[in-house]
Design a protein around this ligand. Structure first.
Ligand SMILES: Cc1ncc(COP(=O)(O)O)c(C=O)c1O
Length: 355
């Protein structure tokens, strides 16, 4: 089947481009001291996680326990859950997941650590944990330096928790456009993470995992001694948000396919609106169509032409998502193609697994 025959709206994945993106990122770390631990919060599939592991990744990250459960169902274990886990129901699910999938978790609070310790110790099991530190994004993470060391000591003393090291994600630097500015911002974040790792070593705390980095910063972060692995996610498929980030040369493998439903004097309407295309990463544009585009409701998008629309009713149009993670989360499956011929369909098992 040709992609023009696919029912719309549909999420298309160009497998040739995906493979080139996977190979290009893997090549940057091949044989090096710092390894890849790619983030599956972007693609949300065991299939792509397996392809990353087959290319040398030391492990996989995911954002939520629900994503780790979905990946475990697909045979991917040892996943690092990069968001703090809080709440009784989640602790119950965490305890159930440990024996079958050995997740690694992050902590930034002693009270939360005590709750998790009590839950896993009561079940007679152990879990690997990292101390999450704030390296400048000011989202989660305990303060670097002495506060992180104090939390590390408290965690190391709790039953059921096996301290393995640190996470410090510099999300605030990923989309800085200029290479020099992004490298400098990454260095500032890494100096906090590395100083904390040094303080951990002095205190006799584990630093076998010191993990950081995204698509925009992975290569820069890997230049710092204490770092063991990096967590890029978006590079697999990319999006328009990353398009202007200098030095990030991965291909846009992800598009949303829509059909023209209506053609009027100076505009045409397609069947993809807010339920099919996220625009939290910036404006959207149609590939090869000389028109501006804006979302025009939940089910509709509007192509605005300078004159009479140069597009026919029933034609299909592809859009590059502004933000890959949030767009993928809107779909149950990828329509996988090579050069426009559909070769497979992959369920997006982590879709909607936000708990
Ligand atoms: C903790 C963490 N690590 C890694 C990433 C991957 O970043 P990117 O998709 O920019 O490569 C993210 C993305 O939000 C993240 O939250």
């Amino acid at each position: 089947m040709d992609i023009a025959q696919v029912d719309t709206p549909a999420l298309l994945l160009d497998l040739d481009m995906v493979e080139r993106n996977l190979d290009a990122m893997a090549a940057q770390f091949d044989g090096g001291r710092v390894k890849l631990r790619p983030h599956a919060k972007t693609h949300k599939t065991a299939t792509l996680a397996r392809m990353q592991l087959d290319r040398g990744a030391v492990g996989i990250c995911c954002a939520k326990l629900g994503e780790a459960e979905a990946l475990a169902d697909g045979g991917i274990t040892g996943v690092l859950v990069t968001t703090e886990i809080v709440g009784e129901e989640k602790l119950r699910r965490l305890v159930a997941l440990v024996p079958r999938a050995q997740p690694v978790i992050v902590l930034d609070d002693e009270q939360a650590a005590r709750h998790i310790s009590a839950a896993v110790a009561a079940a007679g099991i152990q879990i690997d944990v990292l101390i999450d530190i704030d390296v400048g994004q000011h989202r989660t993470g305990t303060a670097p330096g002495e506060p992180a060391v104090a939390l590390g000591k408290a965690v190391a003393a709790l039953p059921g928790l096996r301290l393995r090291g640190l996470q410090g994600y510099e999300g605030h630097v990923q989309h800085i456009t200029g290479t020099d500015e992004r490298r400098a911002a990454t260095a500032a974040a890494m100096s906090l993470l590395c100083a904390t790792a040094d303080a951990f070593s002095v205190a006799g705390l584990a630093t076998d995992i010191v993990t950081t980095g995204g698509t925009g910063s992975a290569v820069f972060a890997a230049g710092f001694d204490a770092i063991t692995d990096v967590q890029p996610g978006s590079y697999v498929v990319m999006d328009s948000q990353y398009r202007d980030v200098q030095g990030v040369h991965f291909e846009n493998a992800l598009t949303v396919l829509a059909t023209v439903l209506s053609v009027r004097d100076t505009w045409a309407v397609v069947d993809a609106g807010r339920k099919s295309l996220s625009n939290d990463g910036g404006p959207l544009c149609a590939i090869g169509v000389d028109a501006d585009f804006r979302l025009a409701g939940d089910e509709h998008g509007k192509l605005l032409f300078a004159g009479t629309p140069a597009i026919a009713l029933g034609a299909t149009v592809q859009f590059v998502p502004s933000h890959c993670d949030t767009t993928i989360n809107l779909y149950d499956e990828y329509v996988v193609h090579r050069n426009g011929t559909v070769v497979d369909r992959w369920p997006i098992v982590g879709r909607g697994r936000t708990r």
